[in-house]
Design a protein around this ligand. Structure first.
Ligand SMILES: [Fe+2]
Length: 399
């Protein structure tokens, strides 16, 4: 392994360590990835000074054992010790063998793109609110059990789905959902709404929409098996802590495997939600069409919602900045078809939105170029600011 300065990087070199975003909560480039010119441009954009490179791919074979990973967790009181011991038990229970055999059976659906639009903005209806309450109970029950009441989730989603996708102005719908202190739960609800809308834009039928929204509601439930003091930590994760957190996708899948009545499309949508199109994701490093389409949708919606909401250790960015990140990574992290459907449909609702620029000025989106939907023309007073030309100007908030 050697350290290489960014200016000396060449495409084809292999990363020995992952690269995170500035906040440290999103792995942008994984360990083991073969760098391309596009990756090197991204590293320069992130002001990374140097990276570690492996000379032989065999060097990557050393993986941390569970014992090594667990050593990195520091408990500071009795309650944390109790949570930690319970987690060690759950981790031992998580046998690799029971899900690895399922990976080759993944069925990837190629859906026809059928871009639909909806009506105007409507209030959240009572069925949707009931579904939210039921889901909260199901999530809470996971603290003491390893199974979920899937019938509650299924019936809740069935009745809430029309409301979740009725309002095609998803940005306003997400703004309507209050932010509380239960991030995993609220994030899952928002991802389910986003994903259901992407399913609608892709022309999914009712059964597919129900399955997709189930997967998008349950993809992160494995996180509920982690000690709260790790999940709610306001510190940046260390490498080993991040490796432990990565196990949540298998935990989520394992919970679904133990629950009767969940179909395999939903399970694969959950299991694959951190894989990446270029094979740099986890847990299996599968790529392209080996990844279930539901997971491809969830990974876009998961990233978009995580970036556009505040966390204890990072400030949110505007939907425009998050959309730009997704567009930038289309074809490497994210599936290009899903990116296109997601970004083009979202951008239909940018027109007329009030926005705050990084210059401190407020303006209104006056024109959206469909080829560059994340860099619209913004009217500030009598001035028109073209964000395609004014590269330093950014939309930092939707007002
Ligand atoms: Fe996740």
């Amino acid at each position: 392994m050697r350290i290489v300065k960014i200016e000396n990087l060449k495409s084809g070199l292999i990363l020995a360590e992952p690269i995170f975003n500035r906040e440290g909560d999103l792995e942008l480039l994984s360990r083991g990835i073969r760098l391309t010119d596009r990756h090197i441009a991204l590293l320069k954009k992130l002001d990374v000074d140097h990276v570690r490179i492996v000379d032989e791919i065999e060097e990557l074979d050393e993986e941390y054992t569970n014992e090594e990973l667990l050593e990195s967790i520091v408990v500071s009181n009795e309650e944390e010790q109790k949570q930690f011991e319970k987690f060690v038990e759950d981790l031992e229970d998580l046998e690799d063998s029971h899900y690895k055999s399922h990976i080759r059976n993944a069925v990837n659906k190629q859906m026809e793109i059928n871009v639909l639009t909806g009506e105007g903005n409507v209030p959240i209806d009572v069925k949707h609110k009931e579904m939210v309450e039921d889901t909260k109970l199901v999530f809470e029950s996971l603290k003491d059990s390893n199974e979920i009441d899937i019938s509650k989730i299924k019936s809740g989603l069935k009745s809430a789905l029309p409301d979740m996708i009725r309002n095609s102005d998803v940005l306003m719908r997400l703004k309507q959902l209050e932010e509380g202190d239960d991030y995993t739960f609220e994030h899952s609800l928002r991802v389910a709404i986003l994903a259901a809308n992407v399913g609608k834009w892709l022309g999914y039928n009712d059964r597919q929409l129900e399955d997709l929204s189930q997967a998008a509601l349950l993809f992160d439930i494995g996180k509920l098996k982690f000690p709260e003091f790790i999940l709610k930590s306001t510190k940046k994760f260390t490498g080993k802590e991040f490796e432990i957190i990565k196990k949540h996708a298998q935990f989520s899948y394992s919970i679904l495997l133990k629950t009767r009545g969940i179909n395999s499309d939903v399970k694969f949508g959950v299991l694959h939600h951190h894989e990446r199109i270029d094979g740099s994701g986890y847990p299996f490093r599968i790529k392209g069409n080996q990844i279930h389409e539901y997971a491809k949708i969830i990974m876009v919606c998961d990233t978009f919602d995580a970036m556009t909401n505040d966390r204890p250790y990072k400030k949110k960015v505007s939907p425009f900045q998050a959309a730009e990140f997704i567009a930038w990574n289309s074809g490497s992290i994210f599936d290009p078809k899903i990116c296109y459907v997601f970004l083009s449909n979202l951008s239909e609702h940018y027109m007329g939105k009030k926005v705050l620029l990084n210059t401190g000025e407020e303006g209104t989106v006056a024109y959206v170029d469909t080829n560059l939907p994340n860099r619209p023309i913004v009217k500030v007073g009598e001035r028109m600011i073209d964000l395609v030309k004014e590269k330093d100007v950014q939309i930092v908030a939707l007002l």
